[in-house]
Design a protein around this ligand. Structure first.
Ligand SMILES: *[C@@H]1O[C@H](CO)[C@@H](O)[C@H](O)[C@H]1NC(C)=O
Ligand SMILES: *[C@@H]1O[C@H](CO)[C@@H](O)[C@H](O)[C@H]1NC(C)=O
Ligand SMILES: *[C@@H]1O[C@H](CO)[C@@H](O)[C@H](O)[C@H]1NC(C)=O
Ligand SMILES: *[C@@H]1O[C@H](CO)[C@@H](O)[C@H](O)[C@H]1NC(C)=O
Ligand SMILES: *[C@@H]1O[C@H](CO)[C@@H](O)[C@H](O)[C@H]1NC(C)=O
Length: 417
């Protein structure tokens, strides 16, 4: 059997094909990702003013999928598109524009011979829960991704699950099981489901606007009046367009009156000052629960190992900072040295677009600040985090959305609030 998932993120879309044997082998499905295709261009939400292009953008990858999945399987191969925070924001900003994007995408996908199952925006809880399931599926010992029920032992059987930390462009998710949390204090942060006969009660929260691209907007929005921005390298200059910067519901309320059309962004590369700016995007003033992360959001005590993926991995890997056995203070020192490196030197790095190179100091600072100030990881618990490369949430998306052909006894997911 085959299944196809389009993972429509805020910055780009990717297509994944999965395959598994029709016959179960001792109740264990062996699922493999057989193909992936990165859609050229930006995320589908960026086509708000030309929706047809959102559909068109998917065509090449879909044609590839037609080649890769055997013809006789086409009609029974389910096809899903799941969109995340980019479309959540567009839907908030202009729901008729987001509807048009979905219509265009639907029209394009229905031209293909697969069993089209729909395109929709995943909820923040789903996104968090899918990330958690995927992290707990990963078995480093087995690259062929055998999904076995062994991974899902219940807490009473003494095996801890791994928490999931996901960072995208427009939102970020934290999901974990905490023994002292039964879900009653903040039901909206609770997802319960049953996997392999075990019941799980997961804490999860998705922070809209706290993906790295939107937080960069917030950090720039607060600093447009000053001469130098500490999150950019010394010697870095760029002309920024005010209307483009504020063109997002995450920052639109903060646009100063009578702002000029353009401003010049100049870097001075100070990790300490950058961290102060990043801290100021979190609100710690009110918490009506026993404890909170930030912005008044409940968070139980952190527990267990954590897997950090997506932008967490890409950024920390670029910065050579994925080794969490290195003391947190040393990691900060290394990042501070990187941020202070002149732009002339940074831009010699080959194979990476300059626009990306310019942002690693900020992104690294945001990641460390989010983990320590936002989620309350300490220098000690920081070492429980593992930055992991290979996590495709679409994996979980496929099997959890597509119950009928599920290779396991996954059932009733998610029963959320
Ligand atoms: C299936 O499981 C049984 C009992 O655990 C075991 O004896 C048998 O060898 C397994 N078969 C395969 C093909 O793995
Ligand atoms: C919303 O999007 C539609 C196009 O889909 C556009 O015609 C309309 O002007 C937009 N509304 C606002 C308030 O931007
Ligand atoms: C800034 O962006 C807006 C919207 O894209 C555009 O209309 C305007 O011309 C731009 N201004 C400059 C100075 O580039
Ligand atoms: C923080 O949140 C409180 C309560 O919601 C609000 O009154 C306050 O204005 C917020 N502060 C900032 C800096 O956004
Ligand atoms: C990371 O390490 C590699 C290999 O040692 C090196 O080439 C690269 O410049 C380093 N990257 C950064 C950002 O320090």
């Amino acid at each position: 059997n085959y299944g196809i998932v389009l993972d429509a993120g805020s910055s780009h879309t990717a297509l994944y094909i999965y395959a598994w044997p029709a016959e179960k082998d001792n109740n264990t499905g062996r699922v493999e990702q057989t193909h992936s295709c990165k859609v050229k261009g930006k995320g589908i939400s960026s086509y708000a003013s030309q929706p047809w292009k959102a559909g068109e953008s998917l065509t090449l990858c879909m044609q590839e999928a037609e080649q890769k999945v055997p013809n006789k399987r086409h009609h029974e191969t389910p096809l899903y598109l799941g969109a995340t925070a980019g479309m959540r924001l567009l839907n908030m900003e202009n729901s008729s524009a987001s509807d048009k994007v979905f219509q265009a995408v639907e029209k394009a996908l229905q031209k293909f011979p697969f069993s089209y199952q729909g395109a929709r925006i995943l909820s923040g809880q789903e996104e968090g829960a899918f990330g958690w399931v995927t992290v707990n599926y990963l078995d480093d010992l087995c690259s062929c991704c055998v999904l076995t029920s062994m991974r899902f032992l219940s807490p009473s059987q003494g095996l801890e699950t791994t928490g999931a930390l996901d960072l995208g462009g427009a939102s970020t998710q934290i999901s974990f099981v905490s023994d002292n949390y039964d879900g009653s204090e903040s039901p909206s942060n609770s997802v319960t489901f049953r996997l392999y006969g075990n019941d799980y009660n997961l804490y999860t929260h998705s922070f809209l606007c706290y993906g790295k691209d939107q937080v960069l907007r917030l950090a720039l929005a607060q600093q447009t009046q000053v001469n130098f921005h500490p999150c950019f390298h010394p010697g870095y200059t760029e002309i920024k367009n005010y209307s483009v910067l504020y063109d997002s519901p995450c920052v639109s309320g903060r646009k100063p009156q009578g702002a000029p059309e353009n401003f010049t962004l100049r870097g001075n590369g100070s990790f300490g000052q950058c961290q102060e700016i990043v801290k100021s995007v979190f609100n710690f003033t009110s918490c009506k629960y026993s404890q909170c992360s930030f912005n008044g959001v409940f968070q139980p005590l952190l527990q267990g190992p954590f897997g950090a993926f997506s932008a967490y991995y890409f950024v920390m890997n670029f910065l050579n900072l994925t080794d969490t056995s290195i003391p947190l203070d040393t990691v900060k020192d290394k990042l501070a040295r990187y941020c202070a490196t002149p732009w002339d030197e940074i831009k010699l790095h080959t194979g990476v677009k300059l626009s990306y190179l310019a942002e690693y100091c900020f992104s690294g600072t945001y990641i460390l600040t989010l983990l320590t100030e936002g989620y309350n990881f300490t220098s000690e618990s920081y070492s429980n985090i593992k930055f992991i490369k290979k996590v495709s949430r679409s994996y979980a998306t496929l099997f959890l959305l597509h119950t009928p052909q599920m290779p396991h006894d996954l059932s009733s997911f998610p029963v959320d609030h």
